[in-house]
Design a protein around this ligand. Structure first.
Ligand code: AHR
Length: 517
């Protein structure tokens, strides 16, 4: 829920001061939103607030796991990181990669630590000590009360290896493999429900990269054996992540689903966006492409499952802003992919989440990439941590936006960019859960505060309303170990009747939340 330490001040002035839309003097930048709580896109799956930890850089080592540090507990888990992770309310955690998973052999990471083999790690060009492995990760998930999601190695790995990982984690009976689990201290099966059939297998950068046909055939045999071992598991097929000039995004997804339509439960999509041209207006529009991709993938899924009762959903299992620390140039050693985020990045994160909510009928899993240090909301040093700007929208959504995603009727002023003819200034999603309405609004305008009127068609506002705003002095403002100019500030007031008018400050994300009667 909302951080109790956040400052609270009345916001009735902001809510009511601007001239009412009823006066007829509507600003040209006024947005009108009509809401009927019976108009529903779909049920929001809380797993869209999932996250991802890869054996990469300082995500695990020096991030969540730092044995010997005075800040760590007896298991080596950093206690300050644990607290920040718990307050993020992560319902699903993906591991061990990413690209790493394509050269990961899970048996290397079990048993006594001092007997685990060190391996050359080819995805990120480092050494993997295997000090942190399956049982460590699953213990961490239990600690933070999150569902684990393991990505099997369908790059350099074998069918047997993928099947036996399911057996090690989930099979209750006595076999040579489950005896290993018991020997490692775990009698009861871990019950891992979510399993990835490889990662980004259409990318030439991936170890074991294959054509769509070859991946489809290979993944099908792995899927059969994994589900025969535990029929309750859910499988995520590797969708296309390759946007190179010769890539065939649609063709890959279509072919892979032809092979996997009877076994996969999700199709995975990945998107990273950035602002390398330093064009705020264009950057603020970047999630429109995410909507397009979801719509196309939804069509491909519908076509693949047209004659079947099976449902396949989208798992957006990697997404973020990532364009500065790409692992090239000056970065070295363990400290790779350590992106420093600013306010405009936090706004894009909020718009990704708006997009997932607005497509709640098909996007049922999403994993923010990643959790700690590596392109992450939590950033550590040996002495402590700070919360990056992007932490705050992630936390607000994962703590508040549940229930039904509402299909809104929005009349909004727009702007145009080179790529997009009509970008609404306000990007909005709405969640309605047991009488509580949550409106998530990003103001894409760099300099103007913009008003909006929300009109309820079937209900009334019923009293207390809160506004949680993520903003900062300017769009480039960053947090660091010494100061946090970008954070959530919460205000409260009353709202009644059928209309709520609110003015959204420039470059801001605001969550409005209140009861309806
Ligand atoms: O999240 C970083 C990397 O981005 C992942 O390892 C890979 O799957 C993607 O390309």
């Amino acid at each position: 829920m909302m951080d109790p330490k956040l400052t609270r001040r009345a916001f009735s002035a902001a809510l009511l001061a601007a001239p009412a839309v009823l006066s007829g003097k509507q600003s040209s930048l006024e947005t009108r939103v009509r809401i009927d709580t019976n108009r529903i896109n779909g049920q929001i799956d809380p797993k869209i607030y999932g996250n991802f930890t890869e054996m990469l850089g300082r995500c695990i080592y020096g991030g969540i796991y730092d044995p010997g540090s005075p800040l760590s507990d007896s298991r080596g888990f950093r206690k300050d990181v644990l607290k920040a992770v718990e307050e993020l309310h992560v319902p699903l955690l993906r591991w061990p990669g990413g690209n790493f998973s394509s050269n990961y052999h899970w048996r290397d990471g079990i048993g006594p630590r001092d007997q685990r083999p060190a391996r050359l790690e080819l995805a990120w060009g480092t050494l993997e000590s295997n000090e942190f492995g399956t049982d460590d990760f699953l213990t961490y998930c239990e600690q933070i009360k999150t569902e684990p999601y393991l990505c099997a190695n369908l790059g350099t790995g074998t069918w047997d290896e993928a099947q036996q990982w399911v057996e090690y984690c989930n099979f209750p009976g006595k076999t040579a493999v489950t005896e290993l689990r018991r020997k490692n201290g775990r009698e009861q099966p871990w019950g891992v429900k979510y399993w990835g059939l490889g990662n980004e297998m259409d990318g030439p950068w991936q170890m074991g990269h294959r054509s769509a046909e070859d991946y489809g055939k290979f993944a099908l045999e792995a899927a059969k054996m994994m589900k025969w071992t535990d029929p309750t598991i859910k499988l995520v097929a590797a969708g296309s992540s390759n946007f190179g000039p010769n890539a065939d995004w649609v063709g890959w997804n279509r072919t892979v689903l032809q092979y996997l339509k009877d076994h996969a439960d999700y199709l995975s999509l990945h998107t990273y966006v950035g602002n390398s041209q330093n064009n705020f207006a264009e950057f603020m529009a970047s999630t429109l492409e995410v909507t397009d991709r979801i719509k196309v993938a939804e069509g491909i899924i519908q076509a693949a499952t047209a004659n079947s009762k099976r449902k396949i959903y989208i798992a957006y299992d990697e997404w973020n802003v990532w364009y500065r620390a790409r692992g090239e140039g000056k970065e070295k050693g363990r400290e790779i992919l350590e992106e420093h985020y600013n306010l405009e990045d936090a706004l894009v994160i909020a718009m990704f989440l708006n997009t997932f909510i607005n497509n709640a009928q098909i996007v049922k899993i999403a994993n923010f990439a990643q959790l700690v240090n590596v392109i992450a909301p939590i950033f550590t040093s040996k002495n402590g941590l700070f919360l990056q700007t992007i932490y705050y929208p992630l936390q607000l959504f994962a703590s508040n936006s549940f229930g039904n995603s509402l299909e809104l009727s929005v009349e909004a002023p727009t702007y145009s960019t080179q790529k997009h003819p009509a970008v609404p200034y306000l990007d909005i999603s709405a969640a309605f859960n047991q009488g509580t309405l949550v409106l998530n609004v990003v103001n894409r305008h760099a300099t103007e505060a913009l008003p909006a009127t929300f009109e309820l068609e079937d209900k009334q506002f019923a009293g207390a309303f809160e506004a949680a705003e993520v903003n900062g002095p300017d769009s480039k403002a960053e947090n660091n170990f010494d100061s946090s100019p970008v954070k959530t500030v919460t205000k409260s007031t009353d709202a009644s009747g059928t209309r709520l008018r609110y003015t959204f400050p420039p470059h801001s994300f605001t969550m409005l939340k209140g009861k309806l009667g």
